[in-house]
Structures are given as structure tokens and as C-alpha cells.
Design a protein around this ligand. Sequence first.
Ligand SMILES: [Zn+2]
Length: 57
Amino acid sequence: MTPPSRTARKPTPAECSVCKGTGEVPITVRVGRKRRPVGQQNGYCLTCLGTGYASTD
Ligand SMILES: [Zn+2]
């Protein structure tokens, strides 16, 4: 008899679906009055507040 290998300890926090668990999201950088996009940079993920995990509250 083999015991079940699944260990049910703490529930793993769900990965944030927006930043894929990185806590950062690409943000389009715009400049000028025409708001011309000049590129992207990493920004703080507002969905998970940079934790990388989806809030379960
Ligand atoms: Zn996130």
C-alpha cells in the first residue's frame, strides 16, 4: 500500500493571472501631447500589488 503522495498543507496562493506571478507588468510608455508610445517598461502590478499572487480575499 502506498500512501497518497499529495500533501495537503498550506494552500498554495494562486498566481496572479495578470503578471503571471512576477509582480510586474509591461507598461506602455507614452510621450508627448500625442501620447506616442515609445516602448515598454516593467511596472508594478496593481492587481496583486506586486506580490505575484492573486488576492483571495
Ligand atoms: Zn500581479
